[in-house]
Write a new protein. Sequence first.
Lengths: 141, 112
Amino acid sequence: MSEEVLLENKVKLVIPASSEYVSLARLALGGLIRNFLSDEEIIEDIKIAVSEVCNSVVLQAENVDNATLDLSFSVQEEEITIDVGCTGKELELAALTPIVWSEPEERGYGLSLISALMDKVELISDDGNKTILRLRKYFPS
Amino acid sequence: MDLKIAVEEKDDAMVLRLDGEVDVYTAPKLKSRLIDLVDQGKFKIVVDLEKVAFMDSSGLGVLVGGLKRVRSHDGSISLICSQENILKIFRITGLVKIFPIFDNEGQALESV
């Protein structure tokens, strides 16, 4: 696959870090992946995981004016990589930490879902030292 | 996609039929309806998820919150769900042990 084709498979989406825009991120992601993958179960898994990360960003940026949710979807032959960052608020993984509960709780399920549905989850820093949560899913061969 | 919620009283229980997506934007609407029902003294609730196209942890959290509210009045919440993509998130989070989940309304109504 040529570099040009790989570049064409990278989509960036910058939307307000607000709850009403998270469905737009899912819609864009679903539309992109369906060009490369027909397994609806895997597509739904990826959408849930990305939704969970977006939820966390939206909650962390709740009181930040003009914060944006910065998403990058990169599809290659056998995998998709999704970077999620936020402009206006430094992301903290602690917001995604699962709770250990004896009683069922109303929050804390996000990281369990992300970890179970994606193949790799890592916190990285981009060139500008901005914190990014990177999700990776390998397609079945 | 928005979330539509239809409420129907049936066999001494309230049935909430959800149609659409339950996410961080729409989950507060479901939370509000559940709180309204508890405030009205309705503690036996069935939530029909058969027409839910998407649900994430926002929806799970609201259902758990609703369950805690009705349990404090000796009530219960049962779910109707046969969709694998929705059942999966209940399995991953262990909430299959908390919510009785049925694939038809009759059994769900009997359980509450």
